[in-house]
Structures are given as C-alpha cells and as structure tokens.
Design a protein around this ligand. Structure first.
Ligand code: 4AD
Length: 461
C-alpha cells in the first residue's frame, strides 16, 4: 500500500514538475521543478536537512523539512547518495547566497542510490593524512570534488575554444591514427608492441600525418593522445597526454609564431569570456590575466647568455659531474628553463635551437646552418607548453636529416613523397593540453589536468 502511494505521488509530481538540469534552473525560478543529482554536502538539523545537490551542470541548495525528513530513507541520507527531488524554486532572500542565487524548497523526494553511511564516509576517504597517491588511486571518486571537476570543466572549454578558433582561421580538424610504425621524436621514448607479428608503436606525435594532409585539406589540426615512454617523474611529464597539433602550408617562421600567439590569445580570451569556465579559471587561478601580445621572442643563444648572467648552471646527466656554466649547444634542462621563465614571468618564444638537439625534420636557418627554425612557447610556472618548427621542404635536406639521426628512410616513404609531389614551405607545432591547463589554472602538476592520469608506473584507474 505504501509503495502504491509513493508511485501515485511520483506520477502526480511528474505531471506537474518539469525535469530540469541544475545548470538550467535560472529560467525556472518561481516554478515547481524536478531535479536529480548526488548529495554533495549535507547539514542535518532536527526538523530540517540542508543539501547541496550536484549533477555535473551545477550545484543547487535545497531544503527538506517536516515529513520529508521523517522517512526511513532520510536516516540514510549521506553525501554521495543519489536522489530525485521536486519542489518550488525560490530566489534566495536578500543578503543570503546560494549557488545560482536560488534554493529549492522540496515537497517530495526519493532515494535513488544509497552511499556508505558513517560520519562523512566519502570525505573520510580523503582526510588530511591521505597522500597524493590515495587521491590518485581514488580518482574515480576524487573527480566528484569541486576542484578536480572545475579543472575538467575548464579543460572542456579550452578544447571547444581551440576548435572554434581553428575553425575561424580555416584550419580543419583531422583524426590521425594512434597505431603507427614510424617515430617522430626519436626511438627512445616509443611504446612498442606486437601488431599482428609486426613491430608497431603508440604515436608520439601526429605531425608527420598532418603534413601529408596539407596538399588535400589545406591547414589542419588534430586533438590526439600522444604517448611517451620516458621515465620522467617530473611535474610536467606524462606517459600519455592530449596533444593538440597543427600544420600550416605556405608560411614562414614569423607567420608560424604569429599564428601560435594568435591561437593561444584567442583561446584564452574565449575561455575567460565564457560565463562558467571564465569564473572557474578565476577561482582556480585568482587574478589570472590574458597574456599581453606580442610574446617575448628570445633567441636560444641569448637564453644561454641569460642563464650564465644569472648563475643558472648546466647540470650533466651524470650527477657526479659538477655543474658548470652553459655553453652554446647545450640542451636547456627543465629546471634551468623553469627558473628563466619564472624570472622573466611572461610568455616566451624561445627560438632557433641547435640542429643536433632537434628532430630530423626541422628546417635549418639559412646562413646559420647549425641552428634551426624551431620554437618552444614557455609559460611561467610550467615552462614549455608548445614545441614547433618550420619543416624541411627540400628532399635532399630531408634525406640528410634521416641520415644524421640514423633513421632508415624506407618506413617514411609516404612522408618523403610529400617532398617529391609538389613540396611547400610549411610549419607546425604541438601543444600539450595538460601543460596549457596547468598554466591557465595554476596547477602544481599536469597530473591534475588529465581525466585519468597516465604517468610512469601509473595506469589505473
Ligand atoms: O616538443 P614535442 O616533443 O614536439 C613534438 O612532438 C612535435 N612533433 C609537435 C609538432 O610540431 N607537431 O612535444 C610538443 C608538446 C610539448 O611542448 C609539451 O607541451 C607536450 O607536447 N609534451 C608533453 N606533455 C606531457 N608529457 C610529456 N611527456 C610530453 N612531451 C611533450
């Protein structure tokens, strides 16, 4: 009989109350609505229970009172239960605040799914004593917390903004494969596997495939996972990351840098102008301002001089070798790069790296042939977020490049053909989406910026 009553009540409420997502509630103020969600926060008083409900689109304050808190299910109400609620949506009185500026005064509710009871069972999973690895192993539950969810929402806004800005600049999206048989950034960081008896790899970069699209599709971009088997346990290295790459035809080096700057600035402007994502960026990174244009352009050789002027030393891979001043030709290591970037504290185009530090495909600088038309974008707090270059357009120079790097040219026949069938000056870049987000949302590590993190030794959940 009790069950029948509940069904009746439910049927009648369904007829009268419209089902609305929390993020869309503003247009329904003053009416009766029906919402679904997870109990995000809960405060129980003798006659009343105050709940913050969460459904991914927003948070809603609601009040259960009277008979509604005297049911058996009401005793089991804890955070992370799922519930359905109907009631009147009222603007909060002057002087009070609530998410969205309104509050739901419930007249009916039902439990959909219980959660473990006990004093704050969900929150106690993540008490102060839990180190980062506890959070990481419970990522599936930690994602329900406000900060991780906020970062994922900004991430979605950033990806949409990139797509919108590329579309505006007539750069077309393509979807290259993840399974490949050629390396782009050197064999050392390839994940290898057996592919029907042949050796294959998880892609490090879709660059070479993007280059093959230029003659048929014009300027192109992709958003693709890249994989790096580097054993780098740093704040900014992942084993799998989201790689946003673009390739542009008939450009010169200056055009390439202007384009990268335009993309970054227009994407940031679009995200900041978004009513939800813009607010989240300000919450995560208070006082964040869009970077000023033009970005500082710093030649590699001047960067070496800067490091030496500021006593930032070169440390050999062998820790037994004492640190020494930098010399032209040295790789600028992550720590040195970060120090320099934080000192300058503006976005930097670090340009013209030595040829021997870079990949086979990079175009040499005319008249200074030991250096390349290459560029990294460095951001305060993160360092390198973009790596790009002009590409070799001459077939003989390309063959030399394979040779220099000890790469057999046969598997690259399709890439070499681009230089045989109507070559062009062209260039492109790859942007690490997690690094971009770590900069935008001021995170300590890129690991916080992935949905499910993948770094050395960590692949679950
Ligand atoms: O500098 P990288 O290795 O350049 C390339 O892969 C080029 N083929 C891209 C291109 O020109 N199309 O990587 C580009 C960017 C880096 O600037 C960084 O932001 C990100 O990819 N990245 C990583 N992010 C997280 N973890 C790693 N292990 C990363 N390696 C590179």
């Amino acid at each position: 009989e009790e069950a029948a009553k509940i069904v009746l009540v439910e049927d009648s409420t369904k007829a009268r109350a419209e089902k609305v997502k929390i993020g869309q509630l503003e247009a329904h103020r003053g009416s009766r609505v029906r919402v679904f969600g997870w109990v995000h926060r809960l405060r129980v008083q003798s006659q009343m229970t105050f709940i913050t409900l969460r459904d991914g689109t927003g948070y809603l304050q609601l009040v259960l009172a009277g008979d509604l808190v005297k049911t058996l299910d009401a005793f089991d109400l804890v955070t992370e239960c799922t519930i359905e609620v109907t009631g009147d949506l009222k603007q909060v009185p002057e002087g009070k605040t609530a998410p969205g500026g309104h509050e739901l005064v419930a007249d009916w509710w039902r439990m959909i799914g219980k959660a473990p009871t006990g004093v704050d069972a969900y929150a106690s999973l993540f008490n102060e004593k839990s180190d980062l690895s506890v959070r990481q192993n419970l990522r599936h539950l930690d994602l329900r917390a406000e900060t991780p969810a906020a970062i994922m929402k900004v991430r979605a806004a950033v990806l949409s903004a990139f797509r919108a800005v590329y579309s505006k600049h007539t750069v077309m999206e393509v979807t290259p494969p993840c399974i490949v048989q050629t390396s782009v950034e050197g064999g050392a960081s390839l994940f290898k596997f057996n592919y029907y008896g042949q050796e294959a790899y998880l892609t490090q970069s879709s660059q070479l495939y993007l280059e093959t699209c230029l003659p048929s599709l014009g300027d192109v971009f992709c958003v693709q996972e890249s994989f790096r088997a580097e054993n780098s346990h740093t704040r900014r290295h992942l084993a799998e990351y989201t790689h946003l790459e673009a390739e542009l035809a008939f450009i010169d080096f200056k055009d390439l840098m202007d384009h990268i700057e335009t993309m970054i600035c227009e994407v940031v402007d679009m995200v900041l102008a978004d009513p939800i994502a813009g607010k989240l960026v300000q919450e995560l990174n208070p006082g964040f301002k869009a970077p000023a244009r033009p970005f500082k352009r710093l030649d590699y050789k001047d960067a070496i001089a800067f490091l030496n002027e500021h006593d930032i030393l070169f440390q050999d891979d062998d820790p037994a070798v004492p640190p020494r001043p930098h010399q032209i030709g040295d790789d600028i290591a992550e720590a040195a790069e970060r120090k320099m970037t934080d000192m300058l504290n503006v976005p930097i185009f670090l340009m013209n790296f030595p040829k021997h530090l870079k990949s086979f495909y990079m175009k040499k600088i005319e008249g200074d042939e030991e250096f390349t038309e290459s560029v990294d974008v460095l951001m305060p707090n993160v360092g390198e977020i973009v790596g790009g270059s002009m590409r070799i357009s001459d077939i003989d120079e390309l063959m030399e490049g394979y040779k220099r790097e000890g790469i057999p040219s046969d598997p690259y026949y399709w890439f070499t053909d681009q230089r045989k069938y109507g070559t062009s000056e062209h260039g492109g870049y790859g942007l690490g989406v997690e690094r971009f987000l770590a900069w935008l949302t001021n995170r300590w590590t890129v690991r916080e910026c992935q949905l499910y993190g993948r770094w050395p030794g960590h692949a679950a959940p």
